[in-house]
Ligand binder design. Structure first.
Ligand code: AMP
Length: 256
């Protein structure tokens, strides 16, 4: 597994200079990853990052980084956001949008981006459209990972996350070599607060109510690419790459 990309500018210090990977620059990808909690979006983001060397811009990771940081350095808005996250509820749009706007340099990056967990509401999607339009940029696709709800709930309960490098495992489907220890960095694997059973149901409801409508929003703009999220992570990844290739070929054909 190649080294994870440094995401300091996204996670904690917007504005710090950051050099995009040459491989990403040669073929920048600008996509949104959409999918219910537990669908395996994080694992797919890891694979896309490893192969395409493009940064995973996850708003959930921003909140988790803030939680791990010294509480004295948290703004009141971030402090409040962590309360929502702990309960599995969506953080209010104004807070999330302010956080993304602060990090707009990451959207502008000529290595492209993988947006993971943002947008999560139609209001957030509209702001993203505007931010990209202001930069003269557009999305290549919205990859929408799909799986039945019962499978999602089972997956979330077994998920374990490295508290150090954030790699994601599953007690049955993707166990680490040593129980409770991250294969990549040796860090401890933990059950995220928002993967506890009581928070899971709240997250599922929030997804159905607020995020599922985004599929229609992006379908209407011709950007939605549904991906069946059954099978191994590699199989799902191959489906997404094939779909992206197909879109690129279709766009090239239309321009000829
Ligand atoms: P995630 O890692 O994407 O599942 O995000 C973890 C939690 O962070 C979510 O359950 C929400 O509480 C919060 N969160 C992350 N991104 C957003 C967003 N775009 N809008 C609202 N809340 C968010």
């Amino acid at each position: 597994m190649p080294e994870p990309l440094p995401r300091t500018a996204w996670l904690e210090k917007p504005g710090v200079p950051c050099e995009p990977d040459p491989a990403a620059r040669a073929r920048p990808l600008r996509v949104v990853l959409l999918g219910a909690p537990g669908v395996g979006k994080g694992t797919q983001a890891e694979l896309l990052t490893a192969r395409r060397r493009v940064c995973q811009l996850s708003t959930g990771d921003v909140f988790r980084a803030a939680k791990a940081a010294d509480p004295c350095h948290r703004s009141p808005a971030l402090e409040e956001a962590l309360g929502y996250m702990q309960r599995g509820e969506l953080v209010p749009d104004e807070t999330v949008i302010a956080i993304v706007k602060e990090r707009v340099a990451c959207l502008r990056c000529d290595g492209g981006f993988l947006l993971d967990g943002f947008p999560r509401t139609v209001a957030q999607a509209q702001v993203l459209d505007q931010l990209l339009a202001d930069e003269g940029l557009g999305l290549e696709a919205v990859l929408s990972y799909e799986l039945p709800t019962a499978r999602l709930v089972a997956r979330l309960g077994g998920r374990r996350t490295c508290s150090n490098c954030k790699s994601v495992y599953h007690v049955e489907a993707r166990p680490p070599a040593r129980d409770g220890v991250c294969d990549r960095c040796g860090g401890p694997l933990v059950l995220r607060d928002d993967d506890r059973p009581e928070a899971i149901m709240v997250r599922m409801r929030a997804y159905e109510q607020s995020t599922a409508p985004l599929a229609d929003y992006y379908a209407a703009r011709g950007l939605l690419v549904p991906i069946v999220a059954e099978g191994t992570p590699e199989e799902i990844y191959a489906r997404a790459e094939a779909a992206l290739e197909q879109r690129t070929a279709a766009v090239a054909a239309a321009q000829r």
